[in-house]
Structures are given as structure tokens and as C-alpha cells.
Design a protein around this ligand. Sequence first.
Ligand code: IPD
Ligand code: CA
Ligand code: CA
Length: 269
Amino acid sequence: MISIGEARRTLKFITQLTQSVGDEIAKKSSQRKRISFKGEIDLVTQFDREAQQMIVDALGRKYSQYGILSEEDVNRDTGGPIRWIVDPLDGTTNFAHGLPIWAISIGLEVEQDILLGAVYDPTRCEMFSAIRKYGAYLNGKKIHVSKTKRLEHSLLVTGFPYDIRRSKQNNLRQFSDFAVRARAVRRLGSAALDLCYTACGRFDGYWELKLSPWDQAAGSLILREAGGRVTDFAGREFDIYGDEVLGTNGHIHRPMMRVLNRTAPRVRK
Ligand code: IPD
Ligand code: CA
Ligand code: CA
């Protein structure tokens, strides 16, 4: 439905867009942030909304026939099978505290599958991108997952859901289980970057619960295209609308599944 030529042109457009919006927001990141709360610990700043406005305007102008789903209450349905899935600022808690680990993520969904995506980290000027079946790239260079074979030699990353204070399915048991089995476990605070860092071999594996489609649309494609495996905790097909993501270099997928299934009751939002 979209030729490879068209996909490449579209990817070029969104890499330029994420870069210009990301650089613009990064320039303003030392300004005072007006923080409002979507939940007890779920923040949003005026810059999340500003980034979203710039992205939605640009996508709407150039691709008026495509729908847009974006985190801060944008859901534009055109009735067609193609839509953008946008996280205008992934890592808002970091951003609000001046911790420079955040990114902009845009994926293109075509008939429920992600066809292409880009994740841009303005702090490090790192652009991760992929087109389905055509590999994953970091700043134009092909990337690949790590070769680490064993869980005990692995560096893992995860995150915690915003209902951590209220829900028993808060990832704390899984976190402590991996902390004593892996070489180390990190919590960066940007799911999009967690997936991309696993794609380029900085991490060997990543798991998380209760994410939203915008957190993982582009990143999950980039990880897969870098040779990674992405499923739910039971090894079933990954769904960006689902409750679980397990993304690894492939080698440590089963060992990670064993640990997750040992401790994790199935999660439903
Ligand atoms: C959050 C980050 C974080 C993850 C949260 C996400 P946001 O996105 O990706 O790493 O643990 O679950 O919601 O709110 O900063 O866009
Ligand atoms: Ca997010
Ligand atoms: Ca966000």
C-alpha cells in the first residue's frame, strides 16, 4: 500500500521533524517548566504540549489523509487504515527535573502494524530510525542488538508504571528478581530510548508493564529491525496496545521469560 520509495520519503520527513522539534524544545529546556499532573506522579509540562502542537500541525499539513494518535489528548481519526502514533516527549519526569534523558517518538501504523518510525534524542543528537524489513539505523549507520548470551552477563533496563503506589502489579518483584540475576538493571525513564538502546546493543534486554502505544510504537519496530525479539512476557506476539513488553537481543529472551513468569501474575490494566 505504501511503496518502499514512499516509505523512505516519509521517514526522511519524520526524522527532520523530530529533529527540529527536539532541538527547539532542548533549547528551551532550561526555562521554567509549568508542571501539571495527569495522575499522582504522572506529569505533563507546557513543552510536551508545545512539541505535540508542532508535530501535529506539521503531520496534519503534509499527511492530511492519515490519522494521528498523540499522548496529550489528540486522536484524529480519518477513517483510513493509516495513522501516526506520537509521543511528543518521552521521559517527561526526567525532562521536568532537568535530567537530559528524553526523546521524541513517531511511528506510522498501517493496518495495525508499524511500518516505520523514528526516535530522536536531542541531548545526544541521536536519531534512531527503521522501516519494516529494511533494518534499523542510528544516525544513518546500521545497528544491531548485542551478542550477550547469558542473563548473568546482561545489562537490563526497565521502568515502573504510574500506578506503582496503588497496584500490586508494579514491577517491583520482577525488578528485584532480575537485580540478583543480571549483571545490573537500570531505570532510565524513557521507554522509547530503552527500546532503542537495546536495539543498538547498549542494553541486552528490556521489559516493562502497562505502557501506552506511543511509548513503544517506533521503538519496538527499531528493536525488531535491529535483530531483536519483542513479545509479551509469555513469548506471544507483541502488541503496542497490550500490557507487557519484553524486548531482547534474542539470546536472553527465554531466560528473561522464565524469570518474568516465575514472579509475574498476568497483568491487565
Ligand atoms: C513514560 C516513560 C517511562 C515509562 C513510563 C512512560 P512519558 O513516558 O517512557 O520510561 O516508565 O511508563 O509513561 O510519560 O514520559 O511520556
Ligand atoms: Ca511516553
Ligand atoms: Ca510523553
